[in-house]
Design a protein. Structure first.
Length: 101
């Protein structure tokens, strides 16, 4: 069996010299903010050399372009490359992923 990591998003990317650290975040099942929404909390870190990060960004840009082309996501404004509508956090008490609205 292969290990998989789920993340609701990227919280922070830090570059130190030739090393890139990407903090993966997910919505907490127990922590909520002042509005009753699930808080994004640190889950795991991906650490890679800067050249591997550059290759990953290129691959993600190609995947993003395919998603836009297929209509799976859309750009909010053609002037904002890569922007998509924000996904609201699920309502408190629901057991649903924000990826499946």
């Amino acid at each position: 069996m292969h290990n998989e990591t789920y993340a609701d998003g990227v919280g922070e990317i830090t570059i130190t010299g030739s090393i890139v650290r990407i903090n993966l975040m997910s919505l907490s099942p127990t922590e909520i903010d002042e509005h009753g929404n699930a808080k994004a909390v640190f889950r795991q870190r991906v650490v890679m050399p800067v050249d591997a990060f550059a290759n990953a960004v290129e691959l993600m840009q190609k995947a993003f372009a395919s998603l836009v082309e297929s209509g799976a996501i859309r750009r909010v404004n053609d002037g904002q490359m890569g922007s998509v509508p924000p996904v609201p956090a699920p309502e408190r008490g629901t057991n649903a992923s924000p990826n499946f609205n």
